[in-house]
Ligand binder design. Structure first.
Ligand SMILES: NC(=O)c1ccc[n+]([C@@H]2O[C@H](COP(=O)([O-])OP(=O)(O)OC[C@H]3O[C@@H](n4cnc5c(N)ncnc54)[C@H](OP(=O)(O)O)[C@@H]3O)[C@@H](O)[C@H]2O)c1
Length: 296
């Protein structure tokens, strides 16, 4: 099985390559330098010459705040890049697995978001990701869009690494406590996608479409920060836990508006694909262990 991965150096991309190689899958790992997904011809040529049997897109414009001042770049990647990949997959009759986000929702709902809820993104990043989803849906039949939330991993920049850095520098850290969601380990996303690749290779009929997938239990950024410091202290990565003070979103203004409620209902993926929500605290322990080994 030849699996093409775009954005292979990102948080999810790097976990896909690690996990795929562990499983003996032939991973065609590409990042921007090898395959720029905004270039339709380059995408077509790559697929025609390398002949992957399935494509997993882990490339995206993910700088949520910066996107507000760089909308063209965000749309070029998240909408047009996704469309380019979908078109090349359609032309070569291969499926596309694509990753999207909880930021397609406005966050005003009480309770968890199902896939049938109408998206209403409030920031450029969310809008560009939603347009990417729509492009894929309109071009391709064999696609899986996995909407994930609050991704963290040992590679790249993320909340866990920011907290570890701040925890070493400060005695008190203020963290937003009124945004709710499910942290999701990049390693769990990678394993889930590769399990599906294997099932598809084995001839299982996969019900293509859009699915929600996030870690559980739901928490807040404040709750996530507390868990990070608790585990970091247990692992001897910090001498003393900083005090984590709760603040509101209004007290921490950012250029991009984020949803207050990002919690996903993950029943569809459980019922249709038999995939359960992972416990993010297990992924967190793994990530902190790796960070400890690498002295992060
Ligand atoms: N991070 C989150 O909290 C989060 C939450 C929900 C959903 N998601 C979604 O999950 C997916 C993976 O996110 P992530 O956190 O792994 O992102 P990431 O770490 O930012 O990785 C994105 C990768 O895309 C690459 N890239 C940028 N421009 C490219 C281009 N023109 N062609 C090819 N590759 C390009 C980047 O390379 P460079 O480093 O060279 O720019 C980077 O390696 C994305 O679809 C994202 O929208 C993420």
């Amino acid at each position: 099985m030849r699996v093409l991965v775009t954005g292979a150096n990102g948080q999810v991309g790097s976990e896909l390559i690690l996990e795929g190689e562990k499983r003996g899958i032939q991973m065609l790992a590409t990042d921007r330098a090898e395959l720029d997904i905004t270039q339709q011809d380059a995408v077509n040529n790559f697929i025609q010459t390398q002949k992957p049997e399935i494509l997993i897109n882990a490339a995206a414009y993910t700088a949520v705040d910066k996107a507000e001042s760089e909308p063209k770049l965000a749309y070029a990647l998240n909408r047009d890049g996704a469309a380019n990949l979908a078109q090349a997959c359609a032309d070569n009759n291969i499926p596309l697995m694509h990753i999207s986000t909880d930021y397609v929702f406005d966050g005003n709902k009480e309770g968890a978001y199902t896939e049938s809820e109408t998206p209403n993104p409030q920031c450029i990043y969310g809008k560009s990701k939603l347009e990417g989803e729509r492009a894929i849906e309109s071009i391709l039949e064999q696609y899986l869009i996995l909407r994930v939330s609050w991704v963290f991993g040992a590679n790249g920049n993320n909340f866990v690494k920011t907290m570890l850095r701040l925890g070493k520098e400060r005695d008190v850290i203020k963290v937003v406590a009124d945004q709710h969601g499910g942290p999701t380990w990049a390693g769990d996303i990678a394993a889930t996608l590769l399990n599906l690749v294997k099932r598809w290779e084995d001839g299982e009929i996969i019900t293509w479409g859009t699915y929600h997938y996030s870690g559980q239990p739901a928490t807040t950024w404040h709750g996530f920060a507390e868990a990070i410091f608790e585990k970091a202290e247990e692992l001897g990565m910090i001498d003393k836990r900083p005090r984590v003070g709760p603040i509101t979103t209004a007290e921490y203004p950012t250029p991009a508006q984020r949803p207050l409620n990002s919690i996903f209902d993950c029943c569809k993926i459980a019922q249709q694909l038999n995939i359960n929500q992972p416990d993010w605290r297990i992924g967190l322990r793994q990530v902190l262990g790796t960070c400890k080994q690498s002295n992060i």
